[in-house]
Design a protein around this ligand. Structure first.
Ligand code: FE2
Length: 420
């Protein structure tokens, strides 16, 4: 198996990383009441209790039995309840019904988690050197998987709380970062043959490989996200009422769902509000507009006389910048106004105009782990950069996130591009 270990290549370092990632997931649960663990507001989201169990299941399904002879699962039924989508591994409980699992209880799920931690630490300490690299690869994949679920947990808690008329805050201590968005600057980008995709020594998902050549036309990229104030101009100009601005599927969607503004926007005494993980706030015109579907991002770009960037255009831009920005450890859990230096990584996942498809020569991981990414390569769009809910160190220039074009509960945003 191809092994790529970046963040922690020694045994001691990986054990410390395992402890850190697992502990931080539990830290995110501290503000939750027991009642909050059960809610699943829409089919796409999962209850916090399910996330907590599923990221532990990943180690039971793909790591422990492969290295521990005669490994006995904590509870064989959990293999059905907490398998997400790995059909080659076995059957699973349907995703839209995860919120109906009042049992196992929250307390049992945390006991499950503690047991998996115990067995994983025994394994990592005791395994022969000859098998270490293979184990390390699987552990690192499991930790990256858990980090993805940490972002999902925040996205899902936000949606779960948003449907409650009391509009509760996940964390009352969160505050908005004040700032003023200066006028958008346009970066001239040269055309020609460029290379994208991952080829360093560290960890990357299979969908980021292989590195390959792409042909780009000369273009310009905005140095920051579109703001709430700018998007309000689109709403006020009848953007949601003009079919000429919308892709056909998007137009049908906004008619069917009655969408007239981004998710989590609301009205209070004639002003716009926005629901956040810190509760209900007045809409700040300087913050980047967030929780847009691909269709809304695309319609805005058309209204503005621009277009969405290609994923290859964004990757070549991001590769020129250090991976720094407003990530989950900034403790805003909300996008912030662009600073003078521009916005690159963090704040929001930027929608691109690129469909999520395989790179030339793409090979999924062997076995059930090959279901992780490759089988989703149809009907979804790529997003780049990372968000204010992404764990720091989890994203990179080549990182390909993907969502269906109608989905908007992720921390998604809009960066504009145009041909030169
Ligand atoms: Fe998962």
């Amino acid at each position: 198996m191809d092994t790529k270990v970046n963040r922690a290549s020694s045994r001691e370092a990986l054990i410390a990383e395992f402890d850190r990632v697992r502990a931080y997931t539990e830290h995110l649960c501290v503000p939750l009441a027991t009642d909050d663990y059960q809610i699943q507001s829409i089919d796409q989201t999962s209850p916090p209790k399910w996330h907590i169990a599923h990221v532990s299941w990943f180690f039971e399904a793909f790591v422990l039995p492969h290295f521990v002879p005669g490994y006995e699962m904590f509870d064989p039924d959990f293999d059905f309840l907490f398998n997400s989508y790995y059909y080659t591994h076995g059957r699973m409980h349907p995703r839209p019904r995860r919120g109906l699992l009042s049992r196992p209880t929250v307390e049992e799920v945390f006991r499950y988690r503690a047991r998996v931690d115990e067995r994983m630490l025994e394994l990592m300490v005791g395994i022969d050197d000859a098998k270490w690299q293979e184990l390390a690869f699987r552990v690192i994949l499991g930790l990256n998987h858990e980090e993805q679920h940490r972002e999902l947990l925040l996205m899902d808690v936000k949606h779960n709380f948003s449907v409650n008329p009391l509009k509760p805050a996940y964390r009352k201590d969160l505050e908005a970062k004040p700032g003023e968005a200066r006028p958008m600057r346009w970066l001239e980008r040269a055309g020609g043959i460029h290379r994208i995709g991952y080829e360093d020594e560290g960890f990357a998902y299979d969908n980021e490989t292989p590195r390959h050549e792409v042909l780009l036309g000369a273009h310009r990229l905005a140095d920051r996200f579109v703001t709430n104030g700018e998007y309000r101009g689109f709403v006020g100009d009848g953007g949601y009422e003009d079919p000429a601005l919308w892709l056909s599927d998007g137009w049908a969607l906004i008619q069917r769902e009655g969408w007239r503004h981004p998710l989590y926007w609301g009205r209070q005494d004639g002003d716009w509000t926005q629901f956040t993980l810190g509760g209900l706030r007045m809409l700040d015109p300087h913050e980047p507009v967030c929780h847009l579907s691909f269709y809304e991002a695309d319609a805005y770009a058309r209204w503005a006389g621009k277009r969405l960037p290609l994923e290859s255009e964004l990757e070549t831009l991001l590769a020129e910048h250090p991976v720094a920005g407003n990530f989950a450890d900034d403790d805003l859990l909300h996008p912030a106004p662009a600073g003078d230096a521009g916005q690159w990584y963090g704040d929001l996942w930027a929608w691109t105009a690129s469909p999520y498809t395989a790179y030339p020569g793409f090979k999924p991981l062997a076995g059930s782990m090959g279901e992780y990414n490759g089988k989703f390569m149809s009907n979804q769009m790529v997003l780049r950069g990372g968000s204010c809910a992404t764990p720091p160190g989890h994203t990179r220039a080549s990182y390909r996130n993907f969502f269906y074009p109608n989905e908007r509960w992720a921390f998604t945003g809009l960066r504009l591009a145009e041909d030169s």
